[in-house]
Design a protein around this ligand. Structure first.
Ligand SMILES: NC(=O)C1=CN([C@@H]2O[C@H](COP(=O)(O)OP(=O)(O)OC[C@H]3O[C@@H](n4cnc5c(N)ncnc54)[C@H](OP(=O)(O)O)[C@@H]3O)[C@@H](O)[C@H]2O)C=CC1
Ligand SMILES: CC(C)(CO)C(=O)C(=O)O
Length: 288
């Protein structure tokens, strides 16, 4: 039986742990504190996950797969779980938002292979140990052997093997620079993106991010602004974003990863980013 450790019992970790357990694999969920039984709500039903939950890294040994599902800024704090679980045959899937997944985890995975993953799943922690899966079951990963192995591991997920992963990472970043920032700053759900004035801000944030992405070599163009807006329109008005949930719960957000990255890279490459800079400053001022 294939062994899998899922680090982080939040929205994405719970959805992925359920999918892997459903595929018949042995799953251990690594949590910071005891969440009680893990419950996944989906389509009006609630299911208790058939997984083992650990709260101390000492109880963990080498596994075939690790799925890192913490927030990006909590990656260093997950070091002990990675140290215990990684061996030469392990593949670590970094299921986080942002760009530069491999850099973020560098030095923490020993001889294991690292596979960055762009997460197209919308999930919300609604109570400790209870997650609502709003929609989506897709991970985008760099094309190659590990992508094929991941698709074989979890047939219930849609695994897209992407030859131009840099561009794909920027396309995913686009989905976050506007929706996450605007929902967190307004404390509203996706319905807020329908407001005409907000729509203009969204276009400005995305247009700047496309220009910065192009400057760093991503194959983006003006059509990506429209494609991202249309992606937002396909989400439900009552969906939130991972950053909104953090803001409402008083937790640190990933604002450095989104508007922070666009602002810093814009400065470095001489691309003006006034809208992202303003949003970045406002988000930073609201951090706990
Ligand atoms: N939620 C979503 O819809 C989407 C999220 N993403 C991305 O996926 C990643 C995960 O997000 P999400 O699931 O929403 O985050 P959550 O905040 O819901 O979950 C993260 C979990 O990681 C846990 N954690 C943090 N540090 C450690 C540690 N050292 N050891 C064990 N567990 C730890 C947290 O524990 P604690 O409970 O103690 O805080 C929490 O349970 C992020 O990069 C996010 O941007 C991408 C697409 C959509
Ligand atoms: C695309 C979006 C907004 C959907 O959940 C997301 O990635 C997030 O919530 O962080």
């Amino acid at each position: 039986m294939t062994s899998v450790a899922v680090v982080g019992a939040g929205g994405i970790g719970t959805v992925l742990a359920a999918a892997i357990a459903d595929a018949g694999h042995e799953v251990v969920v690594c949590a910071r504190s005891t969440p009680g039984p893990l419950i996944l709500e989906r389509g009006g039903t609630s299911t208790k996950l058939d997984v083992r939950v650990l709260t101390e890294p000492d109880g963990l040994s080498n596994v075939d797969w690790v799925l890192l599902c913490t927030k990006a800024h909590d990656t260093p704090a997950a070091a002990a779980w990675l140290e215990r679980s990684c061996a030469a045959g392990t593949t670590v899937v970094v299921c986080q938002n942002g760009i530069g997944h491999a850099d973020r985890i560098a030095g923490l995975t020993g001889p294991a292979q690292v596979l960055p993953a762009l997460v197209y799943i919308a999930a919300e922690r609604v109570a400790p140990g209870r997650v609502r899966h709003h929609r989506g079951a897709r991970l985008v990963v760099p094309a190659g052997d590990a992508a094929a192995r991941l698709a074989g591991l979890v047939p219930g997920l849609d695994i897209t093997a992407e030859p131009d992963f840099r561009t794909a990472s920027w396309r995913k970043l686009l989905t976050n620079v506007a929706a996450n920032a605007v929902t967190a700053l307004t404390a509203r759900r996706m319905d807020v993106l329908g407001e005409p004035e907000i729509r203009e801000l969204v276009t400005a944030l995305l247009t700047e991010a496309v220009a910065v992405g192009r400057a760093v070599g991503a194959d983006l163009g003006p059509a990506d602004v429209a494609a991202t807006v249309s992606f937002y329109d396909q989400l439900g008005p009552a969906d939130g974003t991972s950053m909104l949930y953090d803001r409402l719960a008083g937790r640190p957000t990933e604002y450095e990863l989104f508007n922070g990255a666009v602002t810093r890279l814009g400065r470095k490459h001489g691309v003006p980013t006034p809208a992202n800079q303003a949003v970045y400053a406002l988000l930073g001022a609201g951090e706990p």
